[in-house]
Design a protein around this ligand. Structure first.
Ligand code: SF4
Length: 413
């Protein structure tokens, strides 16, 4: 695998933006963020979900601020989070009435670490300029960064009409999708230029231009990245549910990240009924980690299984080990230096089992059909013990726990 240094050295250079203690862009590691789906007015539920997203590894959490009651709830959410020791920065998502809410509820503005505004939803005509100015002046007043987040579902219609007219009268008119992409980029860049004119510093601006098509997203961000040095928030909007949402987001983001584009990412997954909102955080982390850009949790390599395995035991073991390391990581992360770089392997038979297990820090090769019912364990490439019987899962977890305690230095304090 190419080293992380080589990959990161190819990253697009961008102006760094401090969001509380988190830096976006300016050479900082790509930041993982997420968004709640609770009613912000429900302080208890929103606090709980923000904390859950932060525990999963979200480094910023965005909440909707869509009404006076939601704005009033924000300081309480911040306070409750601080009370439980969760200091994840909160980002307020404003549409239509953000100028009013931020002016009328200064404690809301102060409690947030960043404001997200959408130039397509700021207002129309003359009001648009006034309301945009109010939003930017509020950010300047409280020294808050802003994400100017353009979305093709809510594109500034006046700007779109203007660009369509310019295109129609050009000697070389382009097709409608080109015009749409150009309108998204123009909206973001012109809004950022206007924000700077009003007084917001360049290092307080993050841009995004979200669309729901993979190829469109890649084209838009390549162009946006080439035309400015603002920090970029990357995400496929309305990615969808389940594997479709994950695959589409991964396809789009991994190409752009590989090209060095993107300073913070959010995966917009629709949770399945009863599903955890934290899944979007896990997917974001897995994209960055599998690409070698960051490390968050030990990776578990597992074979897919085939006709050589007659039971689902090894699948259950792989799942249980994956769940175990994610759970333990909450504690390990605080206690051990570098444990996120550990690799584990859970394999189904002798064909690739020993080989893959030897490549991992700790690996286990379970017996396939017809093989003797034993499971050799490899630690740093050496076979150390052979497990058998009904307690293999617990014994393997203990071996992993011992490995962590022995191999990774304790953090100071
Ligand atoms: S390691 Fe064995 S069980 Fe797993 S996919 Fe390969 S042949 Fe099948």
């Amino acid at each position: 695998m190419m080293s992380q240094k080589n990959l990161t050295s190819r990253r697009r250079s961008s102006v760094g933006v401090d969001v509380g203690p988190i830096k976006i862009g300016g050479g900082a590691p790509v930041v993982v963020q997420s968004m709640t789906n609770t009613d912000t007015v429900d302080v208890v539920a929103t606090t709980e979900q923000v904390a859950q997203l932060a525990r999963a590894g979200s480094e910023l959490v965005r909440i909707t601020v869509n009404s006076a009651d939601a704005a009033k709830a924000v300081p309480g959410i911040r306070q409750r989070l601080d009370d439980i020791g969760c200091h994840v920065p909160l980002v307020g998502d404003f549409h239509f009435n953000g100028h009013k809410l931020l002016s009328s509820y200064p404690e809301c503005a102060q409690s947030l670490a960043k404001f997200r505004i959408n130039p397509g939803n700021v207002g129309k005509g003359k009001k648009r300029d006034e309301q945009f100015t109010t939003l930017i002046e509020t950010a300047c007043k409280y020294d808050k960064p802003i994400r100017i987040g353009v979305n093709w579902g809510s594109l500034d219609q006046e700007m779109l009409a203007r660009i369509m007219d310019e295109n129609a009268s050009s000697s070389d008119p382009k097709d409608a999708t080109y015009v749409m992409r150009e309108a998204l980029i123009t909206s973001a860049l012109e809004s950022a230029a206007k924000a700077e004119e009003i007084g917001l510093l360049r290092n307080r601006i993050v841009l995004s231009c979200k669309v729901s098509g993979v190829q469109d997203l890649i084209m838009v961000y390549r162009e946006l990245a080439a035309r400015c040095d603002y920090a970029l928030h990357l995400g496929l909007t309305e990615a969808g549910m389940g594997s479709k949402g994950i695959v589409a987001s991964t396809a789009a983001l991994s190409i752009l990240l590989q090209e060095g584009v993107g300073d913070t990412i959010r995966i917009s997954l629709t949770p399945e009924p009863g599903g955890s909102r934290s899944r979007e955080v896990i997917v974001a982390q897995e994209i960055l980690q599998t690409m070698g850009l960051r490390a968050f949790v030990p990776l578990v390599a597992a074979c897919p299984g085939c006709g050589r395995t007659t039971s689902t035991y090894f699948q259950e073991l792989a799942e249980s080990i994956q769940g175990y390391v994610r759970e333990e990581m909450i504690v390990w992360r605080e206690q051990y230096e570098g444990v996120e770089n550990m690799t584990l392997a859970v394999m189904g038979c002798v064909v690739n089992g020993p080989g893959e297990s030897k490549h991992a820090n700790v690996g286990i090769s379970l017996p396939g059909s017809g093989e003797s019912p034993v499971a050799p364990v490899y630690v740093d490439g050496e076979k150390t013990v052979t497990l058998k019987g009904d307690n293999i899962a617990a014994e393997f977890r203990q071996i992993v726990e011992n490995y962590v305690q022995e191999k990774y230095p304790r953090k100071a304090g």
